[in-house]
Design a protein around this ligand. Sequence first.
Ligand code: HEM
Length: 402
Amino acid sequence: MSRRNVLKAGGIGAAGLLIGASGAGSLLTFTASADKSSTGIVPFYGSYQAGITTDPQNHLYFASLILTTMDTSEVKQFLKEWTKTAAMMTEGKSIGKAAESLLLPPDDTGEASGLDASNLTVTFGVGPGFFQKLNLTSKQPKELKELPSFSFDALEEKWSGGDLCIQACADDPQVAFHAVRNLVRIARGKVQLKWTQAAFQRTKQADTKSETPRNLFGFKDGTGNPDTSSHSAMNNHVWVQNGWMTGGTYMVVRRVQMFIEVWDRTALGEQEATFGRHRDTGAPIGSENEFDPVDVNKKDVNGNKLIPANSHTALAHGDGKKKILRRSYSYADGLDTKTGSFDAGLLFISFQKSISDQFIPIQTRLANNDKLNEYTIHRGSAVFACLPGVKKGGYLGETLFY
Ligand code: HEM
């Protein structure tokens, strides 16, 4: 039953109230009316998990979890429940039975009642510790290991690592939070929260022109991404195509604090030189349009490179052959009590088929020379293998346990 219908069914009130003879089994029963089509549904089932090449929604709620059981059958069990529950939530449906006992906690925590599907996607990943704890190291992909340390890393344990992750994205922040909350609740006793992050982009309502979203430094962020509508580009850069991870991908998450107060005192010319792009249009310096090619060798009349060699774009682009798919969100978490400035920045999330061949070389170049490092610092880091997509009737991680 859709969440909107639950509210209506709730309104049936006494007509549907059935008191058990013993008094011990009070049940509110009603007949679920045929599901009305909900708006904004992104299919959960498919060859790939949603939330990777899916158009980014407005809000993110990200949770990194620790596995507290070493029993594989318990893990399989909650992965099966997560599968069913995530599928229902992405259709905007309430979780659990239509009839609920007044003597038990409700199956659904209820805060998303009345809200539609909101394009919810729930994406699941497993970290290196997952394989170690479950004695599955023979299945642990070579790609899935902790990242090396990079220059200027200032990682904190409280923002790093995790055995499992849940990335919930939705156009409504309450729908995204509801998804993570209920999934964690279902696996209670088997998983524990390690760290979480709520984050946002511009809202689509306000963005009538569907422009590339801007980060908290005011620059368009995502322009250089590979084309998510191209199967060959996604096969080249994102989807794993062999072994149990076929149809999966690797995710890198970095919690990057941005010193917005310092940035706000920086001249526009310097800001543009830092990114190697114009702020207004998003075009590479010296070009007109956002999607004009990045030519790192293009020179001005004096023979100087138009896109500075130490700019973020020049270094991240390199020779343009290795690409990652970035799907980051901004965060603003009150203040950094040590400095009294905003604790705000980017929850950088990238997907790639090889962390060692794609993310690490790019991040090494950035960490060593990027002008952007004057204005940012990496506080958290985690890597996950995002599981292959699930077919109807199957469950998350099926190919791993097969
Ligand atoms: C707070 C941190 C960061 C900010 C604010 C930021 C912002 C940007 C901006 C504004 C662009 C230019 C527009 C675009 O192509 O999307 C860009 C490009 C890019 N960034 Fe970042 N970025 C950050 C961190 C990172 C990190 C950690 C990586 C790690 C590998 C990275 C990789 C890239 C790549 C691959 C490109 C595209 C380059 C190209 O081929 O043109 N960024 N970033």
